[in-house]
Structures are given as C-alpha cells and as structure tokens.
Design a protein around this ligand. Structure first.
Ligand code: PLZ
Length: 461
C-alpha cells in the first residue's frame, strides 16, 4: 500500500481532534485524578485495582487522555481489547445508530439480525472450513464456561484439562482452570472439580531444550496416566499463554496436542480471547501453526471495547446441546453486535493484521537492541502486536518481578502505559492498539527501554 493511502486509512481509524502524542501537563496523577481517587477509595471495592493512577477522559488511536489533560501512549489496549483503537469512528457510529434503534430485546426473547451476522462472520473468519455454529455471551470467562459445557454435553465426559501458566477467567470454573493463585484464586475456593493441569511448553524455562512434540507428549502422557484420555471432555489451550507471560510454545506443540485430541475423541478448545482478531499478525493465533480447533473462544478484540464474547465450533459439537441449554439475558446484546460488525469490518478491510506485523517488526528490533544492553532481559518473545520481555537477575533465570513493577511505574510516570504479566510477575508486555502510529510506538518503546536501563542500573556498553 502506498504510504499516503496507508496514512489516510489510519486517519479514518482515529477519532477527530485527538492529537496522537505523549504530553504530560501535570504530575501523574494530577489534581483532577487525585480528587476522583479520593472518592473511589470511599466507594469502590478494594479488591478492584488499576494500573494507571489517572482517570480517563478520552482515548483513541494510540493515546489515552486523562482528566487533567495528560496524554499517555497506550501500549495496553485495555488488555488486548481495542485492537481497532478506542472510539474507532466506525464503531462509535454503529453503536450510536444501534442504540437509537433498540438497545435490548434479549436474543432468547425477540431475536435480531446483528447476532446472526456476527455468527456468520465468526464462521467465516475462524480457522477451518467445516460447518460451524456460534453462541454469543458477555465475557471471556463466560465463553470458556460455555465451551466446557458444550464439550461435556457433546462427549458425555466430565474431565477438563488445562495447561500450567494458563489464564481462563475469574468465575468459579475458570478460576479452577487458571493456574496462578495470587491474585486470582487465593481465598476464593473451593473450586469446581474435574479440572486437571499438565505442563505447558515454556521454551525459556525448560531444564533442557525439548521440541514441541516432546513437550506435547509430556502433557498427554500425564493425561493418560493421571486422568485417562477416555474421561476427558476437553483440552483447553491458549495458543500463546497470555496472562501467564506471553509464552510462545515450541513449534509443533499445538499441532501435536490437537492430533492427540482427535485420536482420543477429546474436544480441542483454543482460548483465543487474548490472541484473536489480528493481534498476532493473523486473524487467529492457531493459524500460525496450521491448527484447526474444534471449539474456539473469542472475546476482547471482537467488538472494539463493547462487552461481547463467543464460542464458535464444529456444528456437530455445538448442536449436541439441547434447545435452551445455552444463553443468558445479555448474550449477544444488539449494541455489542453492531460494534463487533463494525470492528470486524476494520480488521478485515483496514489490513490490521498487516499493521500487527509492522508493529512486531519495530517492537522486536527495539526490544532486541535493549536485550543486548540489559542482561536483565532474558528473552524477547511474542507474535505480531503481542510482544514481551521477561526480566531476570543477570546470569540466572531467577524472575525479577520487582524490576518489572518499577519499570512499569516509571513508564506510567513518563506517559507510557505498559502492563506486566507472567506466573512470576516478571514479564513486561506490549499490546498496543493495531492502529497506533508507528512513530508514537517508537517513542513509547524508547521510554520503556530507558526505564529498563535506569531501573536495572544497567550500564550502556
Ligand atoms: N481467557 C486467554 O486473556 C482475560 C484478565 C485480566 P474476561 N484476560 C485478562 C484480569 O485480571 O481479570 C482472559 C484471557 C484468556 C479468558 C480470559 C477471561 O476474559 O473477559 O476477563 O472474562
């Protein structure tokens, strides 16, 4: 694409009158944010935390503007949600038009076309050309819960197998499926039963290098021995571990797991809630490995910021559920469906997968250069616009979560929003909106690199 047609396309993705720049006009947080924080302390549950200490007034493209007028570079997308950018003009228009027509009838009571159209788009865009059906729900966790219901009903089996380092949600069943105790599980048990955990493929932390096939065999042998393949309804896998640390499995791991599932009548569920919708440079992360899941869960990026999620899968599995067995008051809300149709149109027609690959090129080159200067960076990894660095004590693999926290805080103080993640809390992850201006991204990466070097006390060579 010629550069000016690319920038014209981008301009059309960004709300008008929102300068794409980093600019701090007060201390962080400023007085207006501090006033809201004081009100918050009196009424918002202490269990809900926030990364940025400021309160948002506007956001779009690659920036978030707070109530004091500070403009932050957004390297988080509200945790991989606003792939099309915040308040993307086409999404905002679709939402306004739908809200003016009708806001809710409940698809189970009086159905509407938008729900059907979203399911058509999911059937077209998800991997595999078999007949597919979808059910729409409200959140990622609810999608995972429904995938398990469907797999159990279709197979008549009860066991669910998940990976070490997995994140699948905060509801009771999905807490059981999530690996990390603090903050997600501690004190919240007892958890749902029949959930079994097997080792993932985490190349940096393998005691000795093993192939993806070997890592898969390690997992499936454990399932055979400890659960019994014929007891397993579903194996639920994130194609790239998200909250667990942006861990890309060794090549062949996913394909071998998927083959094992097919051989044993186990439903292979790809949880693409964080990786889906062009984030990794292809529409879905499974496509990088040529894997076709039986069921796929989606959420986050699907609707440009409105709450919507889905389970999509093989017609014969999905339709094994009796009428009335799936649903919920708000599932597939018409405003969320309108937003999804507008967002999906942008993913497909504004080449946002290509944008993710351009983000990857820039981020990987900057982060690799940083890794050469900072021995604390054990690895640069990810796919597309889902990139991370894992921080350790130099010369070891000992996780340095404190360093990751200090770097994220310094970035916030300097107008760049960066998230941490990882089982050990020592991973800095980048999830920029796919529509971010590359110069703005480069500036954000510079702030991040400086923060790593300063906080690590690393001396430039
Ligand atoms: N599956 C792979 O990444 C949500 C959670 C943040 P919900 N990840 C962000 C937090 O601390 O709550 C996620 C995910 C994967 C499922 C989910 C759950 O999606 O929409 O948050 O329920």
């Amino acid at each position: 694409m010629a550069p000016d047609s690319a920038s014209r396309d981008r301009a059309h993705l960004i709300p008008e009158g929102l300068p794409q720049r980093r600019a701090l006009v007060t201390a962080v947080p400023g007085p207006a944010s501090q006033a809201i924080a004081a009100r918050r302390a009196a009424v918002v549950a202490a269990g809900v935390s926030s990364v940025l200490p400021v309160y948002v007034e506007r956001a779009g493209g690659g920036v978030i503007v707070d109530v004091d007028g500070n403009s932050f570079i957004d390297l988080a997308s509200g945790i991989a949600v606003t792939g099309v950018g915040n308040a993307a003009p086409a999404v905002a228009r679709a939402v306004a038009d739908q809200a003016a027509a009708f806001t809710h009838t409940c698809f189970m009571v009086a159905p509407y076309e938008g729900y059907v159209a979203v399911c058509e788009a999911l059937a077209r865009l998800t991997p595999g050309d078999h007949a597919k059906r979808s059910v729409l729900v409200n959140s990622g966790a609810e999608a995972v819960e429904n995938a398990v219901k469907i797999a159990r009903r279709a197979t008549g089996r009860s066991a669910v197998v998940v990976l070490d380092h997995a994140y699948h949600g905060r509801t009771n069943l999905t807490m059981a499926m999530t690996a990390k105790a603090m903050p997600y599980k501690t004190g919240f048990g007892p958890f749902a039963g029949e959930v079994y955990r097997v080792p993932a493929s985490y190349p940096l932390r393998e005691p000795a290098p093993i192939t993806g096939e070997q890592a898969a065999a390690r997992a499936t042998t454990m399932i055979d021995k400890q659960v019994g393949a014929d007891q397993v309804a579903a194996l639920v896998v994130e194609p790239i571990l998200g909250e667990g640390g942006f861990v890309v499995p060794a090549p062949g791991f996913l394909a071998a797991l998927s083959r094992w599932c097919t051989e044993h009548g186990v439903v292979f569920v790809a949880d693409e809630i964080q990786t889906g919708f062009a984030r990794t440079g292809l529409m879905f992360a499974c496509e990088h490995e040529g894997v076709v899941p039986d069921l796929i869960t989606t959420a986050k990026g699907i609707a440009g910021g409105l709450p919507l999620a889905a389970v999509t899968g093989r017609a014969e599995l999905m339709d094994a559920v009796h009428g009335g067995g799936l649903g919920g008051t708000y599932g597939g809300n018409p405003v969320a469906c309108a937003a999804a149709l507008a967002a999906i149109d942008l993913y497909e027609h504004a080449d946002l997968a290509g944008a993710a690959r351009r983000i990857e090129e820039l981020a990987v080159s900057r982060l690799t250069a940083l890794a050469e200067r900072a021995p604390q960076v054990a690895e640069v990894r990810g796919r597309g616009a889902m990139q991370a660095i894992e921080l350790v004590r130099p010369g070891t693999l000992e996780p340095d979560a404190a360093l990751a926290g200090r770097v994220a805080r310094q970035c916030a103080q300097q107008g760049v929003l960066v998230l941490t993640c990882g089982t050990y809390g020592n991973v800095l992850r980048l999830l920029p909106p796919l529509v971010i201006d590359l110069e703005l991204l480069a500036e954000g990466l510079d702030v991040l690199a400086t923060a790593v070097l300063e906080q690590a006390g690393a001396v430039a060579r």
